[in-house]
Design a protein around this ligand. Structure first.
Ligand code: PMP
Length: 378
């Protein structure tokens, strides 16, 4: 029997405290018992999103909440800007085009961060734009975008800023209100340390004005229904009760540790992971590296094999590249329940696999580099 180490940028391992809650018997959702839980998580989600706006939980993966921001904010023929720098930024384009939106694409090469000045220029050239869609942490490359600066720019226009914070939230500093974010989505399987299946959506007053005028079709993801039921601590449809109960525990754990401490810890793990990659002779991939996943270039001949061998031989799961980056990079996550010891195990096994696959690496270097960074922070 192999012990498994899930070191992928979502899903991440579920801590036992949360897993136990996921195992509790299901109860009915039109009850005071459920309302008490939902009311409590409503407060917790405001803390995690750093917002005074309401945050709704949807039974879907993160993409469902992304789609909900399109269906609820826009109307046929609307023009939007999508600032993308990887697969998940491109997903905004795919969803918007499916709904018949006119997309002004402000994309950069994968591995780079989106350029706030280009968004500013696109807004000047397209004064009728309804919304700017972008990504906080672009998980496919490991790049973090400067949402604070983008928020400053978009807030001076009539457009709303919509951010996919599916990966970065909890692990890396994010302040929805202070950074003037109007709509934002996240999901359960990353920083929240829950099983997949729950998504979140937050809307500001400026975004609600668009919702009131939106003419795109929607039913299950109509946020007006969620708002109405939120007022009585309920959801319009049968919620994933098990995940909601587990979310209450996740929020309790996050509050206990404190967001700032979590941000600092992920920052330290990111520093250690970058050092580990360099010790393996791997070049870091991407400018503006985020703090929840570290990407590095690998020799293409063994790119896919590294990830497979690591999982099959050692039970260690990391992620490879997606789309055009398949086989070219590896991605090592350090968010949620992934900790210092996981990093030491992961990098030691990664080093063994690279040696087995023919790379010339001095034994023990990766773990030593990771350990050095961790010890220096003590
Ligand atoms: N956006 C980002 C930044 C992501 O990391 C992911 C998941 N990897 C998604 C969107 C899609 O989320 P889901 O798979 O939960 O639909």
């Amino acid at each position: 029997m192999t012990k498994h180490y899930l070191l992928t940028p979502g899903p991440v391992p579920v801590p036992p405290e949360i897993a136990l809650k996921e195992a509790l018997p299901v109860f009915h959702h039109r009850t005071g018992e459920f309302a008490a839980v939902y009311g409590d998580i409503a407060k917790g989600l405001k803390y995690i999103f750093q917002t005074e706006n309401e945050v709704y939980a949807l039974a879907s993966s993160g993409t469902g909440a992304m789609e909900a921001t399109v269906a609820n904010l826009l109307s046929p023929g609307d023009r939007i800007i999508v600032a993308s720098c990887g697969i998940f930024g491109c997903r905004w384009i795919e969803i918007a085009r499916e709904y018949g939106m006119e997309v002004v694409s402000v994309s950069v090469e994968w591995g780079k961060a989106v350029k706030p000045a280009e968004i500013e220029k696109a807004l000047r050239e397209n004064p009728n734009v309804k919304a700017v869609y972008t990504t906080f942490v672009e998980t496919s490359t490991g790049v973090a975008n400067d949402i604070k600066t983008i928020g400053e720019i978009v807030s001076k226009t009539n457009a709303v800023l919509v951010v996919d914070a599916i990966s970065g939230l909890v692990g890396q500093e994010f302040r929805a209100d202070e950074w003037k974010v109007d709509a934002m989505v996240s999901a359960s399987q990353k920083g929240f340390m829950l099983a997949p299946g729950l998504a979140f959506i937050m809307l500001s007053d400026k975004a609600w004005k668009l919702v009131e005028n939106s003419k795109l079709p929607k039913f299950y993801f109509d946020v007006r229904k969620y708002k109405k039921f939120y007022a009585v601590s309920e959801t319009p449809f049968t919620p994933p009760i098990t995940l909601i109960v587990a979310l209450q525990e996740s929020i309790r754990l996050i509050r206990k540790k404190g967001l700032e401490n979590i941000w600092n810890e992920c920052g330290l793990l990111a520093k250690a992971a970058r050092s580990g990659m360099k010790a393996l002779g791997l070049e870091l991939f991407g400018e503006a590296p985020c703090e929840v996943v570290t990407s590095a270039l690998v020799p293409v001949e063994i790119g896919v094999e590294i990830v497979e061998t690591l999982r099959e031989k050692y039970g260690v799961s990391i992620a490879g590249g997606q789309g055009d980056l398949k086989g070219k990079i590896i991605r090592f996550a350090h968010m949620g329940y992934i900790g210092k010891a996981d990093l030491l195990v992961g990098f030691t096994c990664l080093e063994m696999v690279l040696i087995e696959l023919g790379m010339k690496i001095e034994k023990g270097k990766a773990a030593a580099a990771v350990e050095k960074v961790l010890l220096e922070a003590m």
